[in-house]
Design a protein. Structure first.
Length: 94
């Protein structure tokens, strides 16, 4: 069933979103950034960032670029981490 024109989220997509959100949160905290501080630095609302970190919201390219700038990593590395192709800790080192 489709709600408001959106296709249902598969279990795999949801787990992937949760894993990526957890990686983002771990990286944010390893940088010593609080949620509000990271949200301001990335141009996101703190509620939006929290929902991304909890796997409750998909992340768009603009969001990825803002987070990459705030976290000091190339946005392409975040895309690779989101796809499971590169651990975020390694992405931060590039």
């Amino acid at each position: 069933m489709t709600i408001m024109g959106r296709r249902p989220i598969s279990v795999g997509e949801n787990k992937s979103r949760e894993r990526f959100g957890t990686m983002l949160k771990q990286h944010r905290t390893s940088l010593g950034l609080g949620l509000h501080e990271a949200a301001r630095a990335s141009g996101l609302n703190h509620t939006t960032l929290s929902r991304i970190e909890n796997g409750e919201r998909p992340i768009g390219l603009g969001d990825l670029r803002g987070l990459a700038d705030a976290y000091g990593v190339p946005w392409e590395a975040l895309v690779m981490a989101q796809r499971g192709q590169l651990p975020l800790a390694l992405a931060a080192a590039t």
